[in-house]
Design a protein around this ligand. Structure first.
Ligand SMILES: O=C(O)CCC(=O)C(=O)O
Length: 267
């Protein structure tokens, strides 16, 4: 497997997680060819048709790999070629302005700490995301973020009304173990995670297999998220598996990650 690296662990259960299918060019609801947009690969769809949390899926000629295990269901594909991803990363570096002050903190055991990375969110009017004791409001979609969102929607057939952007300046910046299971998220909707820049390890741990008081021996699932890749975390992965982006001292480059989400709206 050249693009989807699963690092093996040692627990006896490791063989229970495997890539069970490789889907090439599998697309329902195919649309007619459309104008190429940002970076030659994004842009606004001419056939965008949405309802609820589903979106028309477009044939982008992607090779999806599905990884399945106990309560674990993820899909992975390279969404942007290296050069298109480089162009996007550059545009993000030029345009994105990250949150500061209280919006750049999290609350852990009642204490506020600066997050070890930079963060900003975009989304539909009025949306905000509450997690780790903070509330991050969505800024209005910009043409750059809309172009990326539309491509993610077309590639996945899902509609997303919010994106959390995290910027890791190098391998010292990181994200701790957590689940994205907040009530504000539509319960069974997937989360689409786009990675640009420095390749980093991404680690899943089952909730029963964490820490010293773990109830079971289960290997973590370790993925390498590559420049331009899209990881779909499908239901119920986020109910049972924690994920993290650990420190990697040898990772020198900038990485930007965007997690596209479906937030509950009052309508
Ligand atoms: O940067 C990453 O890949 C992790 C992002 C993440 O876990 C999150 O936004 O919840």
């Amino acid at each position: 497997m050249d693009r989807f690296v699963i690092k093996k662990g040692t627990a006896k259960t490791s063989e229970s997680l495997k890539v069970v299918s490789q889907e090439a060019n599998s697309n329902r609801n195919r649309c007619s060819p459309r104008k190429r947009g940002l970076s030659g690969e994004g842009g606004t769809s001419k056939c965008r048709k949405t309802s609820g949390t589903t979106n028309t899926k477009v044939d982008l000629n992607l090779k999806w790999r599905n990884l399945r295990g106990e309560s674990f269901n993820c899909d992975y594909a390279v969404l942007y070629s290296p050069s298109a991803a480089r162009t996007l990363l550059k545009a993000c570096e030029e345009e994105l302005i990250y949150n500061t002050g209280d919006l750049a903190k999290v609350q852990i055991f009642g204490q506020f700490h600066n997050i070890p990375r930079k963060q900003v969110a975009f989304g539909d009017p009025g949306l905000s995301y509450r997690f780790s004791g903070v509330e991050v409001p969505a800024r209005p979609w910009t043409p750059l973020m809309e172009g990326i969102r539309d491509r993610v929607q077309e590639a996945t057939g899902h509609k997303f009304n919010f994106v959390l952007v995290n910027r890791y300046k190098d391998g010292n910046d990181h994200m701790g173990e957590h689940r994205d299971d907040e009530k504000d998220l539509v319960r069974e909707a997937p989360i689409a995670s786009l990675s640009l820049g420095q390749k980093r390890d991404f680690i899943f741990k089952h909730c029963d297999a964490r820490g010293k008081s773990a109830k079971r021996a289960m290997d973590p699932v370790k993925l390498e998220l590559e420049h331009g890749s899209l990881l779909m975390m499908n239901y119920p992965t986020n109910r049972y598996w924690y994920h993290s982006l650990p420190v990697r001292k040898k990772a020198l480059g900038v990485r930007i990650n965007m997690t596209f989400r479906s937030m509950v709206t009052s309508k």
